[in-house]
Ligand binder design. Structure first.
Ligand code: SF4
Length: 327
């Protein structure tokens, strides 16, 4: 943390709360967090993911190393957190760890999320050497049968092997980074495995377990089959007609629109990770300076829509953001 970063954070918060108060977009400061998409390619075929289903209408490809540097240069020194993940499997990008190294050299906390199918002992060593701060490993079932129900074409054995390789590499180098987290997407057919998941994580040497509620596109019909029975693991609840609806109150606010944004592999700026197919493009870093995009009338109009009528934005309809006061 630097004085500049603290000041920027205060500016963001002040403008966020003033915007809420006056119901018009006031914006000061620069992003504290961004997501950057290394690639749209993925080795799996998960049913609620356009990358896995190869359903993108936008172009697919890999982030160039020099475009990554441009993004980091232009977003600037107030940036504290990067999630190198949006769609696709990051480790398919052959220079992925070079992207990470560039960000780490700028004193930024760097996280990625992976299906862990490509973490051989040699790759595990390189991950540790890159200085990556945290790695989230998706494990959504403790038997091959439950795992591959959602992670179609996935191999649970590979996930466990990759995780163990990483734990061993950390021991070999005598370091605590990257922090290793298991992410478990709770669905109807794996919700009874949660206790075993904690036991397994401890046994292997995984640092954290994150239970994630599933986002289902068609939760009013076919997707309802994935929604867990236990209410605490679901972001949906049944209404009086027996149809699922979002649990959270739908407020006209979104902290993410003041503090962060997402870059696609080809440099497009989109509001957040819900915009998987980049339908709401706010600018493109190949054609414009990021500062111009961040302050543009397109961005401002989008923020205004959030403040006035968030429900009118398609991607926001299925999002739990805005129920939080502070992030
Ligand atoms: S979907 Fe809408 S409300 Fe949710 S994070 Fe994105 S912009 Fe904000």
């Amino acid at each position: 943390m630097t004085l500049g970063r603290i000041f920027n954070y205060l500016l963001l918060n002040m403008s966020y709360y003033l915007s809420q108060w006056f119901r018009k977009p006031i914006h000061w400061g620069t992003p504290v967090a961004i997501s950057i998409e290394p690639t749209t390619a993925c080795n799996l075929g998960c049913p609620q993911c356009p990358s896995g289903l190869k359903q993108f209408t936008r172009p697919t490809g890999n982030l160039k190393v020099d475009l990554n540097t441009t993004i980091l240069d232009q977003v600037g020194k107030n940036l504290q957190y990067i999630n190198y993940y949006f769609q696709g499997e990051p480790f398919i990008h052959k220079d992925f760890l070079d992207l990470v190294k560039d960000a780490r050299s700028r004193n930024i906390y760097v996280v990625t999320s992976t299906n862990a199918h490509f973490i051989s002992p040699a790759v595990a060593d390189k991950i540790v050497e890159s200085g990556l701060s945290e790695i989230i490993i998706s494990i959504d079932g403790l038997t091959q049968e439950t795992y591959e129900k959602y992670r179609i074409h996935g191999n649970l054995e590979k996930v466990l092997e990759g995780t163990k390789n990483l734990v061993a590499a950390k021991k070999k180098f005598g370091v605590t980074n990257p922090i290793i987290s298991f992410q478990f997407l709770v669905v109807k057919y794996n919700e009874d495995q949660i206790d075993d998941l904690y036991r397994l994580a401890k046994e292997i040497g995984v640092d954290h377990v994150n239970l994630k509620t599933i986002q289902v596109y068609d939760f009013e019909s076919a997707g309802a089959e994935l929604i867990p029975e236990q209410d605490k693991y679901s972001r949906y609840k049944k209404n009086t007609k027996g149809v699922f609806e979002l649990k959270n109150k739908f407020k006209n606010s979104c902290w993410r629109m003041w503090s962060s944004c997402v870059f696609t592999w080809d440099g497009k700026v989109v509001p957040c990770c819900f915009d998987k197919d980049a339908e709401n493009q706010l600018g493109e870093i190949k054609n414009q300076e990021f500062s111009a995009v961040w302050k543009s009338s397109i961005y401002s109009d989008f923020r205004k829509k959030i403040l006035v009528d968030r429900k009118s934005i398609e991607i926001c309809k299925n999002c739990s953001e805005g129920s939080k006061v502070w992030v």
